[in-house]
Design a protein around this ligand. Structure first.
Ligand SMILES: *Cc1c(COP(=O)(O)O)cnc(C)c1O
Length: 353
């Protein structure tokens, strides 16, 4: 595979790394390639970051054939840049693609593209505490027809954005509203795929929660509104007594790489960890009788996000006095330590570029 480079005439000025937000500033270049059902992947290119021109009938604009990934490049203290478990993002993107009838990208090709692009743009990886270069690979169906079918043409793109620390003001536990009306996904649907459509379906509940002063919703299952699934766009974990419980992957839950990493760290350290069904009634009992010790969300953006309050059917429950718990803090320290190269990576998760 040859990746052509179209040089930008001028390069942008890099932002001050202490003032970064999320996903507003983009680097000089983006990667693009196209796919056709007969030709396969072709025209691999790195081009100056710019708008994308689409046919008005392009599939993605009408039928939502879109999937994405999110991962970060981290600047270590020694100045080198590294990725965290990128092969897992590549594999998940292929699983998402399979679900939405979008094309597969061979793993070695996807890895070569990712590392080539990050190597080119690595100077954009900020170095202030907690900052990183957020990478957003995405793929969309791009047939120029309104006919409905699995696409014959698709486009794959990677853009990159230097992002600030998620916790500029320290790790403050968030308030979560348990959503018992809208659902994010159903088994048999696209819940396990990282696709834009899942987000479009989530926004209404998220808006309602925000209006009531909550930062995210806790999703329940789509059939019975009984079992806990995720929190906002993160996976969720609870410490009930001495057991750490997270909903098992049943098809409607996104298999997070942070989730998987938390479980691997906890199991290695001898914690009792269960991936199982967790009903809202069991959680409500644990909140009432004080056995719910800690609760947190986990995902690439925040790493872990402690939950300080849960509201279910207008009853409010405080978790761990609204403070971050020991296990939550420990997971945060361990994962961020490995990601930014501050502690030894005994798992072999990091990849220097
Ligand atoms: C991306 C995502 C997550 C977290 O996945 P990570 O790989 O840990 O970043 C969890 N839930 C949803 C709905 C997501 O889209």
């Amino acid at each position: 595979m040859e990746i052509k480079l179209e040089k930008a005439e001028t390069l942008k000025e890099k932002p001050d790394s202490s003032t970064l937000g999320f996903g507003k500033i983009f680097t000089d270049y983006m990667f693009m390639m196209d796919w056709n059902i007969d030709k396969g992947w072709y025209n691999q290119r790195i081009v100056p970051f710019a708008n994308i021109s689409l046919h008005p009938a392009s599939t993605v604009l009408h039928y939502g054939s879109e999937i994405f990934e999110g991962l970060k490049a981290y600047r270590r203290k020694d100045g080198k840049v590294q990725l965290f478990r990128p092969i897992e993002n590549i594999r998940r993107m292929n699983r998402s693609a399979e679900r939405l009838c979008l094309p597969q990208i061979p793993e070695d090709m996807a890895m070569e593209i990712l590392t080539t692009f990050v190597r080119l743009e690595q100077d954009w990886t900020p170095d202030a505490e907690g900052t990183s270069l957020y990478l957003r690979p995405f793929m969309f169906g791009n047939d120029e027809t309104l006919g409905v079918h699995a696409v014959h043409n698709a486009t794959y793109v990677i853009i990159a954005s230097p992002v600030g620390s998620y916790y500029k003001e320290g790790i403050n536990p968030v308030k979560i509203m348990i959503e018992d009306e809208d659902v994010r996904a159903v088994r048999g649907g696209t819940g396990y795929a990282k696709c834009g459509g899942n987000y479009a379906a989530s926004n209404r509940a998220g808006e309602r929660a925000e209006k009531k002063g909550y930062s995210q919703v806790l999703w329940l299952d789509g059939v019975e509104r009984k079992y806990i699934e995720e929190v906002g766009a993160m996976n969720v974990m609870f410490m009930i007594g001495d057991e750490i419980v997270t909903p098992m992957l049943s098809g409607s839950i996104l298999p997070g790489i942070t989730r998987m990493s938390c479980l691997e760290v906890l199991r290695k350290e001898g914690y009792k960890v269960s991936e199982r069904l967790l009903s809202i009634d069991e959680l409500a009992d644990a909140m009432k009788n004080g056995t719910l010790k800690e609760a947190w969300g986990c995902g690439t953006a925040a790493v872990v996000s402690p939950i300080g309050e849960l509201c279910y059917k207008d009853v409010k429950y405080t978790v761990n006095n609204g403070e971050i718990g020991k296990v939550t803090q420990h997971l945060y320290d361990t994962l961020t330590g490995i990601q930014w190269g501050k502690i030894e990576d005994t798992f072999g998760w990091t990849q220097e570029i």
